[in-house]
Design a binder for this molecule. Structure first.
Ligand code: ACO
Length: 325
């Protein structure tokens, strides 16, 4: 049976120039490089320059991904930006990127699922491609979390950074088997009962201000490993696959301990897990495409490899995708 698959054609990423080390942070809050590395695996994060916006980061990543795909903007019908830190309350960051890419056809919108945003956006874009409503799509995760951090709170400010990543998807005929390239399955979940464990204490309809991130780290940690393992296995099962079929797990890069515990629970050795959290900290929706870009460009991920993407974030939201690269 011939079906349309959403096939990855290119990937790109961008990290702002300015690097903030753990040692630098230890001069402003009561923390140490060793504490941060031991609890999170994070060594440094990138911070957007004054005036550098989420759409700027997104544009860099999307342009790189389009270059790798060797596609013209005319072949793209859809742009989805996953972000919890949009340039403005509205218009969407996606329409700002659309304009700067010189795209004046098709449609563009933002998806808000915090750290799970990229998996949500990938799932949404895949539906449009599989139903023939879009020929090509750019799925972007872009964040400037530095703007919503309480820089005096050592329990949160050490964990996050700014960045962007993007994947270009192209509709291509597949056979409907797991041998096809493309997004083979996605699974999404959320449970708003956990809103209070990870949230921003502001917004247009509450305080009228952007607000700052608040988190109960232990509570997040407790749910993360269980949710991520379950959703990863669900995405594989939906595609009639198991963890032994997976060449690479590309997890949301929040914390090295969550990544390792989840991999162990799924039954995947760490030498098959892409870890980049040390270099950019938690960049929320940007972290999966950032890690993908690193591993594609350094040759670890090759065409035909089966990838399992998984993420969890505020809400709680969580999701996973099985993708044959
Ligand atoms: N430096 C030094 N000490 C610190 C710091 C810091 N930056 N932050 C907290 N501490 C202290 C605490 O105050 C506490 O001190 P106390 O015992 O005197 O009260 C002590 O360290 C232990 O604190 P815990 O919160 O129990 O530390 P824990 O081992 O749980 O690590 C962490 C904290 C890293 C936040 C962990 O809970 C975690 O990783 N949670 C997941 C959070 C996460 O990844 N969120 C991202 C968004 S959601 C997602 O992407 C999955």
């Amino acid at each position: 049976m011939t079906i349309i698959r959403a096939v990855p054609a290119g990937v790109g990423s961008y990290l702002p120039e300015r690097i903030m080390t753990n040692d630098e942070l230890s001069k402003t809050v009561d923390t140490t490089h060793d504490w941060i590395v031991e609890r999170t695996g994070i060594h440094r994060r990138h911070i957007a320059a004054d005036g550098e916006m989420t759409s700027d980061l997104a544009l860099h990543a999307a342009s790189q991904a389009l270059d790798m795909a060797a596609m013209e903007i005319g072949e793209i019908d859809l742009i989805v930006v996953a972000t919890a830190t949009p340039d403005q309350t509205f218009p969407s960051t996606a329409t700002r990127v659309q304009n700067r890419l010189g795209m004046h056809h098709g449609f563009a919108f933002d998806v808000q699922a915090v750290c799970s945003g990229f998996v949500y956006a990938l799932s949404v874009a895949t539906q449009f491609i599989e139903t023939g409503k879009a020929r090509g799509a750019i799925v972007i995760g872009s964040e400037t979390f530095s703007r919503i951090l309480d820089w005096s709170d050592r329990t949160t400010c050490v964990l996050f950074g700014d960045g962007a990543g993007a994947v270009v998807l192209k509709g291509e005929a597949g056979t409907g088997t797991t041998a096809d390239r493309g997004v083979l399955s996605t699974e999404l979940r959320s449970d708003g009962a956990h809103n209070a464990s990870l949230y921003v204490d502001g917004g247009p309809s509450t305080t009228g201000l952007a607000g700052q991130l608040r988190m109960n780290g232990r509570e997040v940690f407790k749910h993360a490993v269980r949710n991520l393992a379950e959703i990863g296995e669900a995405a594989l099962a939906t595609a009639n696959l198991t963890s032994s079929d997976v060449q690479w797990v590309v997890p949301h890069q929040a914390n090295a301990r969550i990544i390792a515990s989840t991999a162990q629970k799924i039954g995947v050795e760490m030498n098959r897990v892409i870890v980049t959290v040390q270099d950019h900290a938690n960049t929320s929706a940007a972290s999966i495409p950032l890690a993908l870009d690193v591993a594609v460009r350094d040759g670890r991920i090759r065409q035909g490899d089966l990838l399992l993407l998984e993420a969890m974030g505020g809400g709680f939201t969580w999701g996973a995708a099985a993708v044959r690269w």
